[in-house]
Design a protein around this ligand. Sequence first.
Ligand code: PLP
Length: 391
Amino acid sequence: MSDLLYLDHNATTPIDPAVRDAMLPWLENEFGNPSSVYSLGRRAAVALAKAREQVASLVGAQPSEIIFNSCGTEATNTAILSALAIDPDKRHIITSTVEHSATIKLCEYLATRGYEITWLPVGKDGLLDPDRLEAAITSETAVISLLWANNETGVIFPVEEIAAIAARKKVPLHLDAVQAAGKVPINLSELGVQYVSLSAHKLYAPKGVGALYVNRRARYTPLLRGSQEESKRGGTQNVASIVAFGKAAELAQAHLLASAERIGSLRDRFEKTILTTIDGVRRNGTDEPRLPNTSNLTFAGIEAETALLLFDKEGLCCSAGSACSSGSINPSHVLTAMGVTREEARASLRFSLGRTTTNNGIDHALEIINRTVAKLRAEQPAGGSPVHIKS
Ligand code: PLP
């Protein structure tokens, strides 16, 4: 990590050394199956119970409300499909245009199976209007599925208002808190939401392990049937990774406020410096409420994909507001849903800071960004787009 300027913590995070240490025994001598009755297995079951308490505590839930699984995507798929299975006559789903692909791809698939999907729009600031949510609910609505915090812009949805509306209208609510958990306080005991998705690899734990919170009063049907996780999610548990998830949740909870403050002030300095020293830059998404670590910026007149390659040569990692698929560059659906033009979306970069980010690292990143943006703009063909941003 030493030479890496890693500003992509929303994509994934490095494993915290304390998390790695906690998981190592479970990759070595402690290889028992938590369902086995002898002590080797029972120790694994005890380790799972501890991790369940740690993850539950991070989000203000009861341990019995946490179901471990393989990832945030599985959690989201399980939550939505569970709500649909419980009430098979209801065939309407409400979500938003800026969701993660875990939700979007499932809803697009469900649309081909005869479900009606309402894609709630967001404003230019990336925020959702709760009145629109309320107006979209019908007697046919089986589930509402929305982000807690957006992975591209960091914009936080008004989850308290959303939960109050869902409760009033008696519609099950799923919230994708994959990006929010560990970055902002979460207290599910007070929120009254039915399902919440979590993922360990955004929390300095390994990839391939996640959890679904299911409110103890909510109805639920499993996606994978089997005896594990009290028959709520079949499949022998990934003990080492779950132990890691638990440790990561404990650390995230212990350092949440201090970490948010430190990272938030680095992010603010980073963003302010760019906005005030480089022409033709605009922030995407509201300033607040927003995750403290995320900054999504459009740099007029650059191609973000090219910037990423130049950054990479200098060890700077961040993400583009576009994704390369089937040989063509698709502008981010999140940015275009916020009214950003396709051209501007292709000129957008997401920087997401984290535990590895230092003051010096930010200075170095600023220097690289400044130089690279100037170079890309200077290389533009004559008559190329001027440094201009639509407000
Ligand atoms: N939801 C959001 C908001 C995410 O950012 C991600 C991961 O990028 C996911 C869901 C999916 O999580 P996982 O990678 O564990 O499947």
